[in-house]
Design a protein around this ligand. Structure first.
Ligand code: FES
Ligand code: FES
Length: 219
């Protein structure tokens, strides 16, 4: 009788730094970096959305650049430095994290209400940090008109650069505003603009609450 043979592929040890901490993990050669982070190392900030490179929810900063972790194998990144959304604030350049430990991009997402369910948010903020670094370095995108001059974090530029990050809740306007705020722009306050538009349509004070509505209707 033939002796049994193992069908499982051999495990490979990969050493990576995750959010500033040196970690080691044994993985099969086919294990993606996303699965190594989430399933083997318990790092659940990067999210598994599509697992096919289509949604951006698994984005981290890999050796300083934004990267989709579902599209790359862990064994390709021995010695790499990974920063997830969970470590962004702590590792903010030049100690830029605010008192709540948030990276400036994360703070802008809070200020601008750039999220609803939050599932896409860790990928959005990592992608935004990478995109702003690319803009600061002068890397042009598909929509950059002046390929020689400075690149600005305009609305169209930010929309293009974050187009790989899908938000199922459709929080895009506020996400774009948050990224532009983090870049130092002053996008309009959409809530104030909506209130002003309502007041213009139905009269002063009508946007303040249901009481004023009743008064308007009964007069
Ligand atoms: S899970 Fe990686 S792109 Fe969707
Ligand atoms: S906030 Fe829900 S998917 Fe983006």
């Amino acid at each position: 009788m033939a002796s049994p043979t193992s069908t499982s592929p051999s495990l490979i040890t990969v050493a990576i730094t995750v959010d500033g901490e040196a970690r080691e993990v044994e993985v099969e050669p086919r294990t993606t970096l996303l699965d190594a982070l989430r399933e083997r190392l318990g790092e659940n900030a990067p999210k598994k959305g599509c697992d096919h490179g289509q949604c951006g929810s698994c984005t981290v900063l890999l050796d300083g650049r934004r990267h989709l972790t579902c599209l790359t194998l862990a064994v390709q990144h021995d010695g790499a430095d990974v920063v997830t959304a969970a470590g962004l604030g702590r590792l903010a350049d030049g100690g830029d994290a605010d008192p709540d430990g948030l990276h400036p991009v994360q703070r802008a997402f809070v200020d601008r209400d750039g999220l609803q369910c939050g599932y896409c948010t860790p990928g959005q903020v990592c992608s935004a940090v990478g995109a702003l670094d690319e803009i600061a370095a002068g890397h042009p995108s598909h929509v950059t008109e002046d390929l020689e001059g400075e690149v600005e974090a305009s609305e169209v530029e930010v929309r293009e650069r974050l187009s790989g990050n899908i938000c199922r809740c459709g929080a895009y306007p506020n996400i774009i505003d948050a990224v532009r705020q983090a870049a130092g722009s002053s996008p309009p306050d959409r809530v104030a603009a909506a209130l002003a538009a309502t007041e213009q349509r139905v009269g002063p004070g009508a946007a303040a609450g249901p009481g004023s509505d009743t008064k308007e209707q009964s007069s």
